[in-house]
Write a protein that binds this ligand. Structure first.
Ligand code: AMP
Ligand code: ZN
Length: 112
């Protein structure tokens, strides 16, 4: 298994995981870009966002729902940002889909 996030799911690599259920995991990003910065990932390996199929629609909704709920729990009532980078031009570096949740600082637009 050469996927970093599959190895976190399997417990082979430690992570600061603070939420998990049957479909997703949430853990703090090791290179935080904001005071709150965590990732929500599916347990199942999906390499990039454009690999989602129709059968993944519930999972995609669950990732979005979980991200916003945990954002609020982590103290981002004043606002937050969700980001999913897709492939090279999208800035994706870990090839197992993940939603970034960023909060507790003023975020700017455009993101660059
Ligand atoms: P992306 O560039 O969208 O693929 O984001 C990958 C994210 O994973 C980056 O924000 C990294 O800081 C983060 N990251 C890399 N390795 C780990 C790790 N072992 N535990 C938690 N976050 C990680
Ligand atoms: Zn994976």
């Amino acid at each position: 298994m050469d996927c970093l996030f599959c190895r976190i799911v399997a417990g082979e690599i430690p992570a600061r995981t603070f939420y998990e259920d049957d479909r997703v995991l949430a853990f703090h990003d090791t290179g935080p870009q904001a005071p709150v910065h965590f990732l929500v990932i599916p347990r199942r390996h999906i390499a990039s966002l454009d690999q989602l199929t129709e059968d993944d629609r519930d999972l995609a909704g669950h990732i979005l729902y979980t991200a916003q709920r945990l954002a609020t729990e982590q103290g981002c009532e004043a606002g937050f940002r969700l980001v999913m980078n897709c492939k090279e031009l999208g800035g994706q570096t870990v090839h197992h889909i993940h939603m970034h949740v960023l909060g507790q600082r003023q975020l700017h637009w455009p993101p660059g």
